[in-house]
Design a protein around this ligand. Structure first.
Ligand SMILES: C=C(O[C@@H]1C=C(C(=O)O)C=C[C@H]1O)C(=O)O
Length: 404
């Protein structure tokens, strides 16, 4: 090491790590060494992957499975024992990743593209959604799902049904082109039942809209706030207005209705003058009610995200987000492996939520949204790389998100 390329070592008092005996090495010099080492790593990695391909051919010919956990455990132990004590801890994750990539490569050679990558390759892209489709939504006129449907399609022909499964039935039977369902609320969280419906019915999200939910207390003209003794609404809306309801008289009773619009309808139809509904302003107009108090939800910023679903994937030209439901093997590192692939492809993840798998103790499924869509090179890689890492990989569609 020449004098010219080294900087004198700072005094012991100002250093925090071990300084090389010859003084601090110039950054450019270290980086040149790292570059040379990395070239070797890439060459050896490629060589290893080619041998792995030979193993895949052998396995295909003999019907052996790709994964050999005993061999992998032996490899990790052997490689760890080769390393200096300082570096032993890094060997298992490093070789875990190398062998996992080796398996992914073997799967490509044996199985060809995953069914997901094959599937997304055939989705038609660049399409625009029709302007006046038939749309199914749960509730009655004025319900938030209705407002969401009108926001998504200005001239939609709306078909009202009473439950979310009925929305899906109509979409499946092609009675309507689209269905509108609530997927998550900023205070109450994700609506698991809707995710279940999407994945079991084979429906795809084709567009999404986030609405600010402003709850209002509605009553018949002439009714005063101090007279209210019973408040009708959907259970989630009642929960979101809990503090407000408690601030009314202690005699006020909350009554659960199927949805907020039905609550307004019930108040309008009632003979009583001591009942009120928590509902949208649209409902005040539709059912001839007065707004006794505006914005009565406890949380000022209350948003619900609605999705528009179809029985076939439909990737519009402005689509920028894709959703998945993943069930991963119940073993260390399974989520990490998925996340590391997403990160390595430079894809931004915009949602990651876990939820227990019903009937399987402490096992979880994951809702994952990414900012990538079919046709992006990174998405096509994800479609190839993610399914082999999962027990179940359910693609829920790619779409544009609008907000109002
Ligand atoms: C390459 C093989 O296939 C898989 C990958 C391994 C690796 O990359 O070292 C080890 C075991 C298998 O899970 C093999 O069976 O040797």
């Amino acid at each position: 090491m020449s004098e010219a390329r080294t900087t004198p070592a700072p005094s012991a008092a100002s250093t925090c790590g071990k300084v090389p005996a010859g003084g601090i090495v110039e950054l450019s010099e270290s980086r040149a060494k790292i570059d040379a080492i990395d070239r070797e790593i890439v060459r050896l990695f490629e060589e290893r992957m080619r041998v792995s391909h030979d193993v895949a051919c052998y396995k295909r010919a003999t019907g052996k499975p790709v994964l050999d956990p005993v061999r992998e455990a032996q490899k990790i132990a052997a490689a760890t024992s080769l390393a200096d004590d300082d570096f032993k801890q890094f060997i298992p994750p490093l070789f875990g990743l190398i062998m996992e990539m080796s398996r992914t490569y073997q799967h490509h050679s044996i199985d060809g593209p995953t069914s997901l990558s094959d599937f997304v390759a055939h989705i038609s892209k660049g399409a625009t959604l029709p302007e006046s489709p038939k749309v199914a939504c749960q509730g009655v006129a004025g319900a938030y799902s209705h407002i969401a449907s009108k926001t998504l399609f200005s001239q939609a022909k709306i078909e009202f049904v009473s439950t979310w499964p009925e929305v899906c039935d109509l979409v499946e039977q092609e009675e309507v082109e689209f269905g509108v369902l609530p997927l998550e609320n900023s205070t109450a969280g994700t609506v698991d039942r809707v995710y279940d419906l999407l994945s079991t019915r084979g429906l795809y999200i084709v567009k999404a809209v986030t609405l600010r939910i402003d709850h209002n207390l509605l009553a018949k003209p002439g009714c005063l706030l101090k007279d209210v003794r019973e408040v009708f609404s959907h259970e989630q809306a009642l929960r979101q207005c809990d503090e407000f309801i408690s601030s009314l008289s202690s005699e006020v009773h909350a009554t659960v209705c199927k949805n907020t619009a039905l609550a307004a309808q019930a108040v309008a139809a009632s003979e009583r003058f001591d009942v009120a509904a928590i509902s949208s302003k649209e409902c005040a107009e539709i059912y001839g009610l007065d707004v006794l108090r505006e914005s009565v939800q406890d949380e000022r910023n209350n948003f619900t995200r609605f999705v528009c679903v179809s029985n076939r994937p439909f990737v519009s030209s402005d689509a920028d987000r894709s959703s998945f439901l993943l069930v991963l093997p119940h073993e260390p590192g399974s989520l990490y492996r998925v996340l590391s692939r997403i990160a390595a492809l430079g894809v931004n993840m915009v949602k990651l939520e876990s939820r227990p798998i019903p009937g399987r103790e402490f096992e979880f499924m994951f809702y994952v949204d990414v900012e990538s869509v079919p046709g992006d090179a990174a998405f096509d890689q994800l479609a190839m790389q993610i399914p082999p890492l999962c027990d179940r990989c359910c693609y829920l569609g790619s779409y544009a998100e609008i907000s109002r």
